[in-house]
Each structure stands twice: as C-alpha cells, then as structure tokens.
Design a protein around this ligand. Structure first.
Ligand SMILES: Nc1nc2c(ncn2[C@@H]2O[C@H](COP(=O)(O)OP(=O)(O)OP(=O)(O)O)[C@@H](O)[C@H]2O)c(=O)[nH]1
Ligand SMILES: [Mg+2]
Length: 325
C-alpha cells in the first residue's frame, strides 16, 4: 500500500500569514494487498534456488516452511535469497514454550522483501501449510510447492482472481488453458474419482481436488482443515471453503514435473484411500463445527497460532473468544 502526504487546504489564510502546517492524511493510492507465498519444503535443496528465482518482485514475502530437511534446504534458500532480508522463526524449548511458541530473529542486509524461514511444528505437508499460514503477514496467501512443479509466474493470476472478488482461488489442472506433465494416468484416474465423490457429496463443481496450488484471503484461514497434518489437508480445505459458503473460483494452472529429487508422496494408493476416508468423514461433520469463521462473519481477520499440539483461532474484533480445535 502506498501512502501519500496530503495537504489540507488552508481555508482562512490571510495575506502575509504563514501557510498552515501540512496535515498528514493517508490516502490509499494503490490498495493492492500484500501477498505471502507459502512454500513447504522437505529436502528440496536442489530445487529451491530455481523456485525462488521465479517468484515475482512484487510479492511481499516468501514463507519457506521446512519439514526437518536434512539436505540443507534452508541454508541454500538463505544463500540465494535476493537482497538478503531473512526472518528466522525459531521455536522455544521446554517451559519457555508455554509463554511464547516462537521467537523471531531478523537479518536485514538489503532492502528486499522478506524470506521468512519457519520450522513446522509436527510432521506432514498439512502441518507445514498450517505453520506457514500462522507465520504469514500478508492479506493474501498463496500456497505452492518447492519442487518446481508449480510455476511462480502464475501467482499473479491467483492474486487477480482474489482481487476480482473470489474468497478462494483454487488451482486446477483440468480446465481450458491448463494441464499437467506430472501425473501418470492412474493418478489422474484417482484424482477424477475423488473429484466425483466430492462433487456428489458436497454439491461442488470442481474439476480438480488434489492440486496444491491455491490462494485465499488470510481472513478466511479459519475455514481450512488446519487440524489435519497429512496429505488430506488440502483436499478437505478445498471442500470446507465451499461448505462455508465462500466464493471459490478455479484458476487454470500448468503442473510441471518436479525438477530434481524424490517425490515425498509415496504409496499413492494408501494416500488415496486415506483421502477418500477423510472425505466421507467430512460428510458426517456439521459444516461449521471445526472453526469459528463462516462466510457471513468472515470479514474480520483470523490470527492463527500454532503450538505443539493445539491450534488456536482467534478472530479479531467482537467474535467468539479463542477456541482450540
Ligand atoms: N515442509 C514440508 N514440506 C513437505 C512435506 N511433504 C511434502 N512437502 C513438500 O510439499 C511439496 C509437494 O510434495 P511432492 O513430493 O512434490 O509431492 P507430489 O507433487 O505428489 O510428488 P511429485 O509427483 O514427485 O512432484 C514439495 O514442495 C515437498 O517438498 C512435509 O512433511 N513438510
Ligand atoms: Mg510435486
């Protein structure tokens, strides 16, 4: 956001008198929201420099969530980060943790945007996303992968969709002008089955459900499946945003093969079953049980705090007090 200094017109300025002092009145010239890009990374040292290099200049910050990598992923990210403004979020240990679950250390050697390094609190990609959301400071959150399969050049398309009125911009590889080079036929079939199940059970009209490239306004974070640590997190989040009556817009996206390294999603069939089970379980849950937010009161923001084993959603303003999910 850009603030300019505005001069108030002196209405009774007599000749020979000094001009009235300038009043500082903020005028929002460019109300583009700040965009935080969350990138969960588990042993992606080889890929992360390529991904970082492609993130557009206008992005407010990148939140890199490390999943206890052993290949130096975060060190590499720090080394290649342009303009070097790095914020490390460290977790405190022992009794200190009860008072403050994380500690922040900032290292600014250049004017550039921030790279926020976050250590996730438990295992799993879902937990990584949750930890990233909790640490992000922008109004808009974009979630993408660290393996080079999701193209940072598409971030603008997701942001535009939100600025144009959507609450949740959901990437899809199966729209016109979209596609995937990273999905064998059996995975496409599995995805199709899960899409079908979701559309039948929840009345949605989705074309994709297992894609991790999504964006949303942070004030809607409470509608997501934050309590799920594993792979079903993103799928159930896609369902919940619809159940909460949020405006969900699918965005065409191209998925590329991972640049290097191994897939972290092993045992695709097992994970498929797990996701299917979680979808059925979601059908049995009342739509608004898990969160404090609903479409009607979603205008206030949510402060999401993660500690070792609890998730606290604290809506700003006059809504209900903090609750543990
Ligand atoms: N922080 C964190 N990141 C994870 C975890 N599991 C997966 N990731 C990241 O999530 C993204 C998606 O994981 P992938 O291994 O690419 O899964 P996939 O896209 O199904 O597999 P590929 O087809 O090989 O690309 C990557 O950026 C991973 O590094 C985790 O437990 N913690
Ligand atoms: Mg991938």
């Amino acid at each position: 956001m850009v603030y300019v200094e505005a001069r108030t017109k002196p209405n009774t300025l007599k000749e020979g008198t000094q001009e009235q002092p300038v009043a500082r009145e903020p005028i929002m010239l460019n109300a583009r929201p700040r965009v935080s890009v969350i990138i969960p990374a588990l042993n992606e040292a080889e890929n992360i420099p390529h991904v970082i290099a492609q993130v557009p200049e206008w992005v407010h910050e990148v939140v890199l969530v490390d999943g206890f990598s052993t290949d130096g992923t975060t060190e590499v990210a720090q080394r290649v980060w342009p303009n070097h403004h790095i914020v490390m979020q460290e977790r405190r240990h022992g009794t200190e943790r009860r008072n403050a679950s994380r500690e922040e250390r900032s290292d600014r050697r250049g004017p550039g945007r921030a790279l926020r390094l976050v250590q996730q609190t438990r295992r799993g990609k879902g937990n990584a996303l949750h930890s990233g959301i909790a640490a992000a400071t922008g109004e808009i959150i974009v979630m993408m992968d660290a393996d080079g399969s999701t193209d940072p050049q598409e971030i603008g398309r997701f942001v535009d969709t939100l600025v144009d009125g959507a609450d949740f911009a959901k990437g899809s590889r199966f729209l016109r002008n979209a596609g995937t080079y990273d999905m064998p036929r059996y995975r496409q079939l599995g995805n199709w089955g899960l899409v079908f199940l979701t559309n039948v059970l929840f009345g949605t009209r989705y074309t994709d459900i297992t894609y991790g490239y999504n964006a949303f306004w942070k004030r809607h974070a409470g509608a997501l499946a934050l309590e799920i640590d594993g792979w079903p997190n993103e799928i159930i989040s896609n369902i919940r945003v619809a159940r909460h009556g949020l405006r969900v817009q699918e965005v065409p996206s191209f998925e590329h093969p991972r640049l290097a390294g191994e897939a972290k999603l092993q045992g695709v069939f097992g994970v498929g079953w797990q996701i299917g089970r979680e979808i059925l379980r979601e059908r049995c849950r009342p739509a608004r049980m898990q969160t404090l937010m609903s479409a009607s009161n979603a205008t206030s923001s949510v402060d999401v705090t993660v500690s070792d084993d609890t998730i606290t959603l604290r809506p700003e303003g006059d809504l209900a007090p903090a609750t543990t999910a």
